[in-house]
Design a protein around this ligand. Sequence first.
Ligand SMILES: Nc1ncnc2c1ncn2[C@@H]1O[C@H](COP(=O)(O)OP(=O)(O)OP(=O)(O)O)[C@@H](O)[C@H]1O
Ligand SMILES: [Mg+2]
Length: 236
Amino acid sequence: MTGIVRPSPLPPEDATLDESALAGLGSGLKGLFITFEGLDGCGKSTQMELLAAALRERGYVVLVTREPGGTGLGESIRDLLLDPHHHGMSARAEALLYAAARAQLVEQVIRPALDDGQVVLCDRYLDSSLAYQGYGRGLGIDDIITLNVWGTKCLFPDLTLFLDLDDSIRSTRLAAVPDRLEAEDDEFHQRVAEGYRTLLTLHRHRIRRVDAQGLESDVQARVRAVIEEELALFSH
Ligand SMILES: Nc1ncnc2c1ncn2[C@@H]1O[C@H](COP(=O)(O)OP(=O)(O)OP(=O)(O)O)[C@@H](O)[C@H]1O
Ligand SMILES: [Mg+2]
């Protein structure tokens, strides 16, 4: 198994817990925790699988998981969240369900893998809650952060890749039957997209934008360039 040499960025001395963790303190565990974010159809799952294969070839032990889901309980919660029949779900109930699925995933899957020194790639994580519930639903990000600091016992990614794809291309890649969130109107999705942009500015030391246009292989080259620059996983 290839060992991980952590670049270990130092947090600012005066940072509060929320600020420092979200701004790039990372998981603080033996492994590396990398999350993928972006709107539906931007290529998260495709790029994660390609990256996982490349890292495994390099000798890393890689765990790929997704949100909401990744555990038995989490997948049941996912079904509840994405079921279009639950169109009357309140924003707060929605935020709590996402946080519950995340708490289970962290405890059962992510933290043990990081303790074991693995590279964990997660399809969506905390930033999705900030973008969709904080900005999209208008709950604000402070309560979402508080809820998730508690739910995850302060587990934050070492690095987050935001796959940025123009709506005109993205819309051609969406599933034929939209789930409950995908079925929301354009204004909701615009608030989510703007929310992601705000997060990119607020947490630019942790979140890196990747241009998701073009061939899968071209996007993957950009993904690997960021991984290499931030975490140096390919050069040793
Ligand atoms: N660079 C690309 N060029 C063309 N098609 C692509 C590219 N990347 C992914 N796709 C296709 O677009 C669709 C959406 O990609 P993918 O499932 O990876 O996105 P996603 O961000 O995981 O979406 P979701 O949020 O809905 O899970 C898939 O059918 C995939 O094969
Ligand atoms: Mg996907």
